[in-house]
Design a binder for this molecule. Structure first.
Ligand SMILES: C[S@@+](CC[C@H](N)C(=O)[O-])C[C@H]1O[C@@H](n2cnc3c(N)ncnc32)[C@H](O)[C@@H]1O
Length: 196
């Protein structure tokens, strides 16, 4: 069942345009390469990215959400699950997941996939509701009652998931009931101090 089918037509109006300055800082933009927005829905967040990047792909399982990317210039829509991304290894300079990780069925696998498709030196930023806060715990309960299958993780657990996928993770910011966690893919070049 697609819980976002009904929300799709109103989604952008309800959640609004994201802050350009924050996303420039969080994703370290501009870049010349491509950016991947997984669970990107209507392209609400990605709509601010084309002029700061070489291209933007929005990947989502919900067709009604993806249809709403139409009319947002510079965005390619791809219908696919986060757990099996239909892209070759190391093709994206940046990736983001906004308010979507808790919906993914297999979150560690999705993070592994995101790490796989990032280029060496590439950066992933995950924005999630901060479930350490009581108000967010209430939302998590409501989503469970609505049988949305959501599973929220605390920011440090998301950082651990990224580390397990081979990214260097860090909690960048906690504000407005949300947390932003970044992960950077190593360049695979061993320095002399690596001891080998
Ligand atoms: C709350 S919406 C967020 C949309 C967008 N990131 C935003 O902030 O505007 C969550 C999105 O995750 C998508 N989603 C859920 N499970 C998914 C999965 N396994 N793979 C890809 N997308 C998924 C939903 O279809 C929905 O569009």
């Amino acid at each position: 069942m697609d819980h976002f089918r009904l929300a799709a037509p109103l989604y952008d109006a309800i959640f609004g345009r994201p802050g350009v300055d924050w996303w420039k800082q969080a994703l370290k933009l501009p870049v010349t390469g491509w950016v991947l927005d997984v669970g990107g829905g209507t392209g609400r967040v990605s709509a601010i990215l084309p002029e700061l990047t070489g291209g933007v792909a929005v990947c989502d399982v919900s067709r009604p959400m993806l249809v709403r990317t139409r009319g947002k210039s510079g965005i390619r829509a791809v219908q696919a699950p986060a757990e099996t991304l239909p892209f070759p290894d190391a093709v994206f300079d940046r990736a983001l997941v906004v308010d979507a990780l808790h919906h993914f069925q297999d979150q560690p696998r999705a993070v592994m996939e995101l790490a796989r498709v990032l280029k060496p030196g590439g950066r992933l930023v995950v924005e999630e509701p901060d479930v350490g806060l009581t108000a967010v715990k209430a939302v998590a309960l409501l989503e469970r009652l609505a049988l949305m299958g959501s599973r929220f993780h605390r920011p440090d657990a998301i950082a651990a998931m990224m580390e397990a996928a081979g990214l260097s993770a860090r909690i960048e910011r906690r504000a407005q009931f949300r947390a932003w966690i970044s992960g950077v893919k190593g360049d695979g070049v061993k320095s002399f101090s690596d001891g080998g």
